[in-house]
Design a protein around this ligand. Structure first.
Ligand code: BES
Ligand code: MN
Ligand code: MN
Length: 458
């Protein structure tokens, strides 16, 4: 059978159940970074494992040193391509809680959107593929290809366990193409295929000064303030346009190709609208690059969190004993996260003022990714997306990171297809995360048609 009118009609009939199932999954608070949520994270893994098992796939829960991964596969089809769907069931923390209209784990429908943590990143998106495969199997017809699933619980904390285990999983995960829906459309009404992602390197820096907080009247002027030292150090990492000041930082940055710049210039970019949608008066960044170029293909530095001194009500005149920052760099091909770590250490060595001590912890590191733009899988996805969304997708890169993707390319030697169903105002990682219900259903349809299109390739 093809993704014929029969299957598409069946998908339409099943739409209320598809939505109800996503709501069930979203109720499980699977925050991977929260050590008090270990059992809820496991429950989210079990939920999707059960769903896949009920549909007749063979399913395994793969334990890791951290949160478990769910692996499933449909029967092998001789001579047909093998696709691996990768996604994650873990979610980001939810604070600030008081900015959510509904509780982050009380999924709520409003104006055609489903609001909950994980709605778009990534439960809602990965479930589109789970639903399409389950419904295809429920139709009683064999799939025209083999689909494998790897749905992990540690993407939002850097996928380190998966990375460690990938070589030994190589045979199980062997495939012609990895399909990932964990990114976005270019704009409302303009779906996209993403052929590039930025990499990332994340850090925690602690500046220690006096052995305890001190009265800033008695001691101010006599000791270096760790919070000031921290601010100076962070400030010294970038210039006023956001150019990173680490030694050698730009040495390996691959320059944008002229063709690529021309193609992106044809996308409907609108800086004032982009600025106003995020509530800023004007945009910011490196000179000589457009906003999309800066977001997708230029490396950056950002502070993600700052802590020091008195955070409570009123005045407390102290010199804090210590100060901490979490910060990160977005990387592009061919920057190496390990070399960035050495450069950060060198920079701290050179710039840390006397009278305080620094300690740097490197957390996650992953390189930037580029995938083929004209593979047979891209052509198949073009047709599937056009059928489901009514519009041909545009080719884009994105600024976010999926730490394991370059390892898939290296270890599995496969193609990579990033099909994002989200929108840029879906509030991923922010309060009031949402997924448009229509995009969820269109994603399921596109996925069902994609299996058909890929099945026809051989
Ligand atoms: N789904 C995102 C990655 C993404 C975001 C792709 C936007 C395309 C556009 C993923 O879940 C994510 O948030 N990754 C983290 C990785 C980090 C925690 C190691 C990221 O990019 O910050
Ligand atoms: Mn994600
Ligand atoms: Mn994320």
């Amino acid at each position: 059978m093809t993704a014929s009118n029969d299957l598409l009609a069946q998908l339409a009939d099943s739409a209320p159940r598809h939505l109800e199932e996503l709501i069930q999954w979203l109720r499980i608070p699977s925050v991977s970074s929260d050590s008090s949520r270990v059992s809820e994270v496991k429950q989210a893994a079990t939920w999707v494992a059960d769903k896949l098992e009920c549909a007749g796939l063979s399913v395994e829960i793969l334990p890791t040193e951290g949160h478990p991964m769910v692996y499933a596969e449909s029967p092998r089809i001789d001579g047909a391509p093998v696709v691996l769907v990768y996604g994650h069931y873990d979610v980001q923390p939810v604070e600030p809680l008081d900015e959510w209209v509904n509780g982050p784990f009380e999924p709520t429908l409003r104006d055609g959107n489903l609001y909950a943590r994980g709605a778009t990143d990534d439960k809602g998106q990965v479930l589109t593929h789970v639903q399409s495969v389950c419904d295809w199997l429920a139709s009683g017809q064999p799939l025209p290809l083999q689909v494998k699933f790897l749905i992990e619980g540690e993407e939002e904390v850097g996928s380190e366990n998966l990375e460690r285990m990938l070589p030994e999983l190589g045979e199980k995960l062997a495939c012609d193409c990895v399909v990932i829906s964990d990114s976005g459309q270019y704009a409302d009404g303009q779906p996209a295929i993403t052929y590039g992602l930025r990499g990332i390197a994340t850090y925690e820096l602690t500046i220690d000064g006096p052995s305890q907080d001190l009265h800033s009247g008695s001691f101010g002027g006599a000791v270096m303030n760790p919070a000031i030292a921290l601010c100076q150090l962070l400030g010294s990492m970038v210039d006023e346009h956001g150019r990173v000041q680490l030694p050698g930082y730009y040495d390996k940055v691959r320059e944008l190709h002229t063709d690529e710049r021309e193609q992106w210039a044809g996308l409907p970019q609108n800086d004032p609208e982009f600025a106003s949608a995020i509530g800023v008066e004007q945009l910011f960044g490196e000179k000589g690059y457009t906003t999309d170029e800066r977001r997708w293909a230029r490396p950056t530095f950002d502070v993600n969190g700052l802590t020091s001194g008195h955070q409570g009500e009123g005045v407390k005149t102290i010199i804090p004993a210590s100060a901490k920052a979490k910060f990160s760099f977005r990387l592009v091909p061919d920057q190496d996260p390990k070399e960035v770590t050495s450069a950060v250490r060198q920079h701290l060595e050179n710039h840390c003022p006397p009278g305080v001590r620094w300690n740097l912890e490197a957390d996650h590191g992953a390189p930037g990714m580029l995938a083929a733009t004209d593979s047979r899988f891209v052509h198949a996805a073009n047709r599937a997306i056009e059928s489901a969304f009514g519009v041909l997708p545009v080719l884009i890169r994105e600024g976010g990171s999926i730490p394991i993707v370059t390892r898939f390319q290296e270890v599995l030697g496969c193609d990579c297809l990033l099909l994002g169903w989200g929108l840029s105002d879906d509030n991923a990682h922010s309060p009031n995360e949402k997924f448009r219900v229509d995009d969820y259903h269109r994603g399921i349809r596109a996925s069902a048609i994609l299996w058909d299109e890929i099945g026809k390739l051989n």
